[in-house]
Design a protein around this ligand. Structure first.
Ligand code: PLP
Length: 416
């Protein structure tokens, strides 16, 4: 049985202690205490193979992509396009439908400016769920302001799940676009995006799924989801910051005008007019984050070797342990109690401010996030100004959960 399994739990085919050793940063101390990194919903740590891939690119292959005929230029282009191919296979989509960009925020803005802005008008509605990250709210507000369209909120229930009956009832004829998270970054709720996108499609509504918190934690088959657009970010899935992608149906990519203009996104430029490149390059103006994508390709290799089903099973087990421990603490309230949940736990402790908790936990070596988690409307629903959020990943351990809970109890006494 693997060393990290707990009594009564099924043995994992993965040696999770060995996996943990792949992450150099996890070996360090903070404030003289062993680091317990529980802020994975914010950004994930990087395995040595990802760090080495970025390092090797700069040492051995650095050149610009799609421009130079020399050896280094073709090596850099192959590495960059190779990463696109790896990502596409990982998510079961075509590589030429995957626009590489700086992350989810860019990806959703690309849809907002290139798809929505030229199409929407007064009288149209954009349906946005209550649990969205600001990256999947603000671009739609900007589009609404400029087109006269309206943003309508798809509400959640008290347990944090989407109110699906209300959602389907609000998919009226005026709704042109639906924006929904695959997994909530605050509550961990997993939305049934396959069913939701099917219902949207039946009614001619274009669906935009924010997969930022799903792709790093569970197997994702974008083709099976059946959405129109799927956005995700690389830094939460063991990859470098400044990487991510937008998947879009080919017909949308062909119909959409470019978002940004410049080099790489053109076939021919004259002062009489410009011929744009084919998708996805039409949407990739300028020199991309080449080394970052090489690193993201290595991250995909790393996660594929682990197997996303194993990652999901491991995090489900950690979540169960964490929830069980937190449930024992009197006066602790967990936000998001619906059963289908990823390893993100937002909580408040009676009598303690979330920021105070996080600051004191930091002194114990525990990294959690406190605040509104870029989701003001969601916190407004619960009537709280801030929460603490603990988000373990597959490389965390049961011992760390116990250390975290012990630190929480100690900190509570200090605040008491
Ligand atoms: N959407 C969700 C659900 C997120 O959790 C995040 C990051 O926290 C984002 C969007 C924004 O991602 P990025 O800052 O990488 O663009």
């Amino acid at each position: 049985m693997n060393a990290a399994a707990r009594p009564g739990q099924v043995a994992s085919p993965i040696d999770w202690q060995a996996v943990r050793a792949d992450f150099p940063l996890l070996q360090r101390q903070v404030h003289g205490k062993p680091l317990v990194y529980f802020d994975n919903a914010n950004t994930g740590q990087k395995p040595a193979t990802v760090i080495a891939a970025v390092d090797d690119f700069y040492r051995q292959h650095n050149a610009n992509v799609s421009r130079a005929v020399h050896q280094l230029g073709s090596e850099a282009t192959d590495a960059y396009e190779g990463a696109r191919g790896k990502l596409a296979a990982f998510l079961n989509v075509r590589a030429d439908e995957l626009v590489l960009c700086s992350g989810t925020t860019f990806a959703i803005n690309l849809v907002a400016y290139s798809w929505a802005l030229p199409r929407l008008q007064a009288g149209d509605t954009i349906l946005v769920s209550r649990m969205e990250h600001h990256a999947n709210i603000v671009p739609w507000q900007l589009v609404a302001e400029r087109t006269g369209a309206t943003v309508r909120v798809a509400e959640i229930l008290e347990d944090g799940s989407l109110d699906l009956d209300a959602l389907y009832a609000s998919m009226t004829a005026d709704v042109k676009l639906l924006a929904v998270a695959h997994v909530s970054n605050v509550l961990g709720m997993v939305n049934p995006v396959r069913e939701i996108c099917r219902e949207a499609r039946k009614r001619g509504i274009v669906s935009v799924v924010d997969g930022s918190q799903a792709v790093p934690h569970r197997p994702v088959d974008i083709a099976a989801i059946g959405c129109d657009f799927y956005a995700f970010t690389g830094h939460k899935m063991c990859g470098p910051t400044g990487t991510g992608a937008l998947w879009a149906r080919r017909e949308h990519l062909q119909a959409m005008p470019p978002f940004l203009g410049g080099g790489e996104m053109i076939k021919e430029v004259s002062f009489e007019g410009t011929v744009f490149n084919d998708p996805p390059h039409k949407f990739e103006a300028g020199t991309p984050n080449i080394a970052g994508f090489v690193g993201l390709g290595a991250a995909v290799d790393y996660l594929s070797t682990l197997g996303m089903a194993n990652v999901e099973a491991r995090e489900t087990e950690l979540l169960a342990h964490l929830t069980e421990e937190l449930n024992r603490i009197e006066g602790l309230r967990i936000f998001g109690r619906a059963p289908d949940k990823a390893a993100v736990v937002s909580f408040l402790l009676e009598g303690a401010h979330a920021h105070d908790l996080a600051t004191l936990l930091d002194l114990e070596g525990v990294a959690v996030r406190s605040g509104q988690h870029c989701a003001h409307p969601l916190l407004q629903f619960y009537g709280v100004a801030a929460t603490c959020r603990a988000s373990p990943a597959f490389y965390n351990t049961h011992e760390e959960i116990e250390a975290f809970v012990a630190a929480l109890c100690k900190v509570r006494k200090l605040l008491g």
